[in-house]
Design a protein. Structure first.
Length: 95
């Protein structure tokens, strides 16, 4: 079921994507919710999900954290990562 202007996709891996386009507005909003969280941490590794999520902003093999932040800022964008007991949310926007 889709709302007007919203297209629903499902990847072969089962990931649900909802895409809404409005070409009159030059912005991008992103929200990713992963069905994972602290309740799924292995016994003896409490905090693993939170640590892994925080590492998403620590850079890549080619870019350090400052370079990642610089690229995000240069687009007038922001990116945030949050953890809860049963999910991890990655969200951002560009204006």
């Amino acid at each position: 079921m889709s709302h007007e202007g919203t297209v629903r996709f499902q990847t072969p891996g089962g990931t649900l994507l909802l895409v809404e386009q409005e070409h009159a507005l030059p912005l991008v909003h992103l929200s990713i919710i992963l069905r994972t969280g602290g309740v799924h941490d292995p016994i003896g590794l409490s905090g693993l999900t939170r640590l892994t999520a925080r590492m998403l902003r620590m850079g890549t093999r080619k870019l350090d954290q400052a370079e990642v932040d610089e690229r995000i800022d240069s687009m007038g964008a922001h990116l945030g990562i949050g953890c809860a007991a049963s999910y991890v949310q990655i969200g951002g926007a560009s204006h």
